[in-house]
Design a protein around this ligand. Structure first.
Ligand SMILES: Cc1cc2nc3c(=O)[nH]c(=O)nc-3n(C[C@H](O)[C@H](O)[C@H](O)COP(=O)(O)O)c2cc1C
Length: 185
């Protein structure tokens, strides 16, 4: 197995982070690797926003949790409460990846950007969690406040977020389902 395949195979969603933050150099490397991701017509319809401010992360997490707790469907809220009520799992840093919907930015572009960043981070020995629920902070009354705090350009909407740090506990990759692969010819 080569290094790229080893990184893909060992990645798992980290849901318990230590307080040790990624270094600035690691975060820069990950952000620049993400920015090298392909996109439709090379529009690069995204921003990569590196958040090292734990106070701001706590604000985002609290707002996302408040929006989640107000939802009629309790399933996700209950699941998160079972996991300790923390959407960010004590992560010391995150990347928020907003998308320019108006300029033809697609969720597919955003997903490729996201996974490029994740694999770059994992290759540096960091652990990661892709965090869609962070988007709830941009779905409630404080949406415009947070877009401004994070510096979203006009017309950009939350795409996805990635939590970054070091795992506090052993985790294991999920078992790939080989039955979903088919070969013709
Ligand atoms: C688009 C996307 C959004 C996700 N959002 C969350 C999230 O908000 N919270 C969370 O704990 N996990 C989140 N995950 C992680 C998935 O639950 C996880 O990837 C899946 O269960 C497979 O586990 P693995 O990553 O350990 O292989 C997200 C994953 C993706 C791809």
């Amino acid at each position: 197995m080569n290094e790229t395949l080893r990184i893909i195979a060992k990645r798992y969603s980290c849901r318990a982070f230590t307080d040790q933050a990624p270094t600035d150099s690691q975060l820069t490397t990950v952000a620049e690797a993400a920015a090298a991701a392909p996109s439709g017509v090379n529009r690069q319809p995204w921003r990569v926003i590196v958040v090292r401010d734990r106070g701001l992360m706590a604000e985002l997490e609290a707002e996302a949790m408040a929006v989640l707790s107000a939802q009629e469907d309790r399933a996700t809220y209950d699941r998160m409460m079972q996991r300790g009520g923390k959407l960010f799992y004590n992560a010391p840093a995150m990347m928020v990846l907003p998308l320019d919907g108006a300029a033809g930015g697609s969720k597919l572009d955003c997903g490729i950007l996201c996974q490029t960043a994740v694999l770059a981070a994992e290759s540096l020995g960091l652990n990661t969690l892709i965090c869609g629920l962070a988007g709830l902070a941009f779905a409630g009354d404080k949406a415009e406040y947070f877009k401004e705090r994070l510096g979203f350009p006009q017309g950009y909407e939350f795409g996805i977020a990635i939590l970054l740090g070091h795992s506090a506990a052993d985790g294991a990759p999920h078992q790939p389902d080989a039955s979903k692969i088919s070969y013709i010819g």
